[in-house]
Design a protein around this ligand. Structure first.
Ligand code: ATP
Length: 244
């Protein structure tokens, strides 16, 4: 598989705090890739750098062989931030139509695209309700639908299931697998270990470094542990390694 997104020598500093110290990472096309790390380890900073929302202090990011920031590449990225940026006084359909217009989706295609995105996340029966009557899980799924409206080839999700109960979390994961099966590359940040297990590959982040990268099975095997949590603790103590 081709590398779809490549980070080379990424460093990032906020005032005095060096959040990312040196990160090199390549993610193949079509993968469901997880960035795993404790709170404050720099996952959000890294995804913001990937999509060009933040300029790294040092290093480069390229997507599909084009250096970021690039307007062309931005148009093929769907980004779901940690906080839902939705309008609670509007209905689900109105929210989707509003974002479709922002994405520049032609008016005559909008209804079809809104229905398509809502169907993927199973919200098509709830589009006429205002979002103040949506549950937390429904709002997260609506945010995912917004990120899918322009049919992105790269979907970046910052902790998409945070604060969501296990049943809804399972349903979001079902959606993600469906989106991946349609050919989309997905990058997800998480600190939930059982979610990490569902990724094709993982990068473990700690103290500004990527301490390990590989499939969940490879990481467990290499660290001789039975859980990703155990692998994380093992690699945290040893040097940076690439398992895959
Ligand atoms: N705009 C900012 N200005 C200054 N410091 C920041 C800024 N954004 C993030 N940081 C700091 O950078 C560090 C990494 O933050 P980041 O949000 O990337 O971590 P994270 O791994 O995504 O955490 P979480 O899992 O809690 O979301 C933290 O110490 C945070 O306080």
């Amino acid at each position: 598989m081709n590398d779809f997104i490549k980070l080379e020598g990424i460093q990032h500093q906020f005032e005095k705090e060096q959040v990312l110290k040196s990160v090199d990472l390549a993610i193949p096309q079509g993968q469901l890739f997880g960035l795993l790390g404790p709170s404050g380890s720099g996952k959000t900073t890294m995804v913001k750098i990937m999509i060009g929302l933040l300029n790294p202090t040092k290093g480069t990011v390229s997507i599909d062989n084009t250096e970021m920031p690039s307007l062309k590449q931005l148009q093929q990225i769907g980004y779901m931030a940690q906080n839902d940026a939705l309008y609670s006084e509007l209905t689900g359909r109105q929210n989707l139509e509003f974002f479709a217009s922002i994405y520049g989706i032609p008016k005559k295609e909008r209804t079809a695209r809104v229905n398509e995105a809502a169907k993927i996340v199973n919200l098509n029966d709830h589009l006429n309700k205002t979002l103040e009557h949506y549950s937390g899980g429904m709002k997260r799924r609506m945010s995912l639908a917004v990120a899918l409206l322009h049919r992105p080839s790269l979907l970046i999700l910052d902790e998409p299931t945070v604060g969501i109960d296990p049943v809804l979390r399972a349903s979001i994961w079902k959606d993600l697998k469906k989106i991946q099966a349609a050919g989309t590359t997905i990058i997800i940040t998480t600190h939930v270990m059982d979610e990490a297990e569902k990724c094709d590959e993982l990068a473990l982040l700690r103290d500004g470094y990527m301490i390990a990268k590989g499939s969940p099975a490879e990481l467990k095997e290499k660290s001789n542990t039975e859980t990703i949590e155990g692998a994380f603790l093992y690699f945290g103590k040893s040097q940076q390694v690439e398992v895959g």
